[in-house]
Design a protein around this ligand. Structure first.
Ligand code: 26V
Length: 816
């Protein structure tokens, strides 16, 4: 069942309609009359899945016959969002489905919107993984994602009295029509236990991992369709299930209730996704999750490999394992254990094979986000793996010594084990030495990895370090999110842009065509009207759709500087009240979640909401300025905000945002950017033209210099009257009766070093904002620049990124 023409074939439509009715009746036990929207969604999804299954088997067979190298993308997070619309687009079923639902008298939009987001990720890192599996399938790579089937995804955010409240996200995965459970492929994962130091028959040291407990991993396949190419790959999500013999001793001793309790505890492993920025120290469950994912994936890796070969020396020819951050870095150790302990491969050979198979992507320079796990915890949970890590480290430090015999300090600073204050395993170092490639996610970030994060590792093995600038899938972020823009692109470029995004450059020749610009302006207006309706529905705030929509949508974090944005809003508000400025109407839209334990980020949310309350209800503002905080940011909400944005806020302190990906999504949809020279912003600015990017603030180099020299935020505050007035209003009672409420923010800025340089960048930010607002008055010119922005964004497709990984890291040559 595929769309072959724009008006779908009647027989095909009827066939699809019958299939939907069949699934409603026989899988869901309802009739059309009694079915809810979510029943119809499930029935339709089952039909779509059936189509995918056929393509899946033929793809697997084809890849197997071609002896293609298999790519295993291991990630603790896959932020999928909704799948129905995406699968209909990629499977070429959109028009038929619309017609079939219409013939049933069912509203297509209502059905699509009734799907719950699969929020198995925190933010950029998880969404990147989701874009990558889409691109791997579209490029017909034999690439699968491997993750955990969390029962609870990222928490839902509610705003009560301006404050964030977290609610559990039970996404009913047990009933998801997209997941195919494979009980018959369940695998046994050992944990805990002890090491018995014994010798084998030849008298060689042969330690045995004994008395372990058992967890069962059950794989679930979520099918991933490529765009219009009949390729279907999979995302394998493993859930943990207790074994009857989880702790055989307790059962044998007859303590039934204790044994059952332990069973329940072991099922907790796949219960919930950890929110990022949570302090992980002592979080045994998180380390267990990481090992569980790695152990299950490697069972699959070895199983698939042995279908092709029994010669383990060929492993790197058939297998590439990509580690999405250090979270799955234990794959390196698990692979060593499998090779050395289970297959008696010589250590040096095993190490060479492991390095040639694995590669590691770093996603952050923030020291607090670098994983370190206590040695004691390792000892308890994974005693054999700890031994292997020690042996890897012993050999590595010998190499360091041979490299720089004089520099004895390196033996401590480069060791996989941090000694003080508590013994810990440095996961990033493990990932670096166990991989043949280490990549950053934007040029600046990749340079900073080499110069600041791990310079000694870089000098020891410079050939390992590379860059792969992030990208996003145009199927979801243009075609699905912005159907009108998509039609506009089809009309002016033909449909090929969907898989060859660099064709967007052809738009440049249209940037002075008044009709084309009017068309683009109309599309933006339509998307803004739609978003205004969502805002009114959710917040009861009315928005002028002609106002400039200024959007900052991402996790709330001090380094991303939502606070800088609010300070500007406060300043603008004061200036409107003072009658100093009369501005074009403007709406500042924020959306994003703060980690539940991150007090400062939560306070920033509260500040945004208090400022919104005051500004939106002040008659003196006269609707010139509105502030909106949209609650419960998620992929599906992003799809509504992004097409409606005029200005994209990418204002992190230079040198802190590894890449950013909302910067790409917003620019592709025609927003101009206001931003710092950070992450991928630098490459975006070069691509879209400097005249379409409002750059401001200190550079990463200047920030580093000021950090080492020392600066005085207090002087910056005291010497700038505009800034002082703005910052003082945090504690004047202007925005909240409790003057002390926002004192921690004031204190952080003025007395506690303003670690993220809000005060230093404030004036330059205000200037850039002012320029953008002035320029917005020239409507034609603005939309013409929006068109130029879109035309420059071709290189930010995740297809380009995946080609880069294939070529430079995976050695997969089918794409050449
Ligand atoms: C840390 C932790 C620690 C606590 C447990 C859960 C958890 C989950 C994630 C993280 C680190 C997150 C790192 C991250 O998301 N980096 C982002 O990666 C994006 C994709 O490369 C990139 O665009 C963003 O700039 C970068 O912040």
């Amino acid at each position: 069942m595929k769309d072959t023409q724009s008006t779908p074939d009647k027989d095909q439509v009827n066939k699809l309609r019958d299939s939907i009715l069949y699934e409603l009746k026989y899988s869901l036990g309802v009739t059309l009359l009694t079915a809810s929207s979510s029943d119809v969604f499930s029935a339709l999804a089952l039909v779509v899945r059936r189509n995918q299954v056929d393509d899946y088997f033929s793809t697997q067979e084809r890849h197997y016959q071609a002896r293609k190298k298999r790519i295993y993308y291991i990630s603790m997070e896959f932020l999928i969002g909704q799948s129905l619309r995406n699968n209909l687009i990629n499977q070429g079923m959109m028009e038929i489905t619309k017609a079939a639902l219409e013939s049933l008298g069912v509203d297509f939009e209502i059905i699509v919107r009734s799907e719950e987001d699969a929020a198995l990720g925190n933010g950029g890192l998880g969404r990147l993984a989701a874009c990558f599996i889409d691109s791997m399938a579209t490029l017909d790579l034999a690439g699968s994602g491997h993750g955990i089937k969390y029962e609870y995804g990222l928490f839902h955010q509610q705003i009560q009295d301006g404050k964030q409240i977290e609610k559990p996200d039970d996404w009913h995965s047990a009933h998801s029509p997209w997941l195919i459970e494979h009980q018959s492929q369940a695998m046994i994962i050992p944990l805990y236990g002890r090491i018995e130091e014994i010798k084998d028959l030849q008298g060689n040291y042969n330690p045995m991992w004994m008395d372990w407990k058992i967890i069962i991993g059950v794989p679930h396949d979520y099918l991933v369709s490529g765009y219009n190419n009949n390729t279907v790959n999979s995302l394998r999500l493993y859930s943990a299930c207790a074994s009857d013999s989880f702790d055989i001793h307790i059962f044998n001793h007859g303590d039934y209730l204790k044994a059952v309790n332990q069973k329940i505890a072991s099922e907790n492993i796949s219960k919930v996704l950890y929110p990022s920025d949570e302090i992980l120290a002592g979080k045994e469950l998180r380390l267990t999750q990481e090992y569980f994912l790695v152990a299950c994936t490697l069972r699959d890796v070895m199983h698939d490999f042995f279908l092709h070969s029994t010669d383990l020396n060929q492993l790197p020819e058939f297998v590439a394992i990509q580690l999405n951050d250090t979270h799955p870095a234990l794959a390196i150790v698990e692979l060593m254990r499998i090779l050395v302990d289970e297959h008696a491969v010589d250590w040096d050979i095993a190490w060479d094979l492991t390095q040639r198979t694995c590669a590691y992507t770093n996603h952050t320079l923030m020291p607090e986000a670098l994983e370190k796990w206590s040695v004691n915890l390792f000892e308890l949970l994974l005693p054999r793996h700890l031994q292997i890590i020690y042996e890897i480290n012993r050999r590595f430090l010998l190499e360091v010594h041979r490299w720089q015999p004089e520099r004895t300090d390196l033996l401590a600073s480069m060791s996989l084990i941090e000694e003080m204050p508590e013994k810990k395993v440095r996961m990033a170092y493990l990932a670096i030495i166990g991989s043949h490639k280490v990549n950053g996610v934007a040029k600046l970030h990749s340079d900073l990895i080499k110069s600041n994060l791990v310079p000694d590792f870089y000098h020891l093995m410079p050939e390992k370090f590379t860059n792969q600038t992030n990208g996003v899938t145009p199927r979801r972020w243009i075609q699905q999110a912005n159907p009108r823009l998509s039609l506009f692109l089809d009309a002016h470029l033909g449909n090929e842009w969907v898989t060859n995004l660099t064709l967007l450059t052809k738009l440049r020749s249209l940037a002075s065509d008044r009709d084309v610009i009017a068309e683009l302006a109309e599309i933006k207006k339509f998307n803004k009207l739609k978003l205004s309706q969502i805002i009114t529905r959710q917040q009861g705030i009315t928005i002028n759709p002609d106002a400039m929509f200024d959007c900052q949508i991402k996790r709330i974090h001090e380094y991303k500087r939502q606070l800088l944005n609010v300070l500007y809003v406060i300043n603008l508000y004061h200036r409107i009240l003072d009658g100093v400025v009369s501005i074009a109407p403007k709406v500042h839209i924020f959306s994003g979640k703060a980690a539940p334990g991150y007090a400062m980020a939560k306070l920033i949310i509260q500040l945004i909401n208090q400022v919104a309350l005051k500004v939106n209800n002040d008659p003196n503002v006269n609707g010139q300025l509105k502030v909106v905080f949209l609650e419960d940011y998620k992929v599906s909400l992003a799809e509504s905000i992004i097409p409606a944005a005029d200005l994209s806020e990418q204002i992190s302190t230079a040198g802190t945002e590894a890449s950013g990906t909302s910067n790409m999504k917003l620019a592709m949809n025609g927003a101009l950017t206001i931003g710092t020279l950070d992450g991928a912003n630098i490459e975006i600015r070069d691509a879209v033209g400097h005249e379409n990017f409002y750059v401001f603030g200190l550079s990463a180099e200047q920030i580093a210099e000021q950090r080492s020299k020392g600066r005085s935020p207090y002087d910056e505050y005291a010497s700038n009257t505009e800034l002082k007035m703005t910052v003082d209003s945090l504690i004047s009672g202007f925005f909240h009766a409790d003057k002390n409420l926002f004192y921690p923010l004031f204190n952080m800025l003025v007395n506690h070093g303003d670690h993220y340089f809000h005060l230093a960048d404030f004036s330059s930010y205000c200037q850039a904002q002012h320029q953008a607002l002035t320029d917005y008055n020239n409507t034609y010119n603005w939309h013409s620049r929006a068109l130029n922005t879109i035309s420059g964004m071709g290189e930010f497709s995740s297809d380009r990124t995946i080609r880069g990984y294939s070529r430079d890291i995976w050695g997969e040559d089918s794409l050449k």
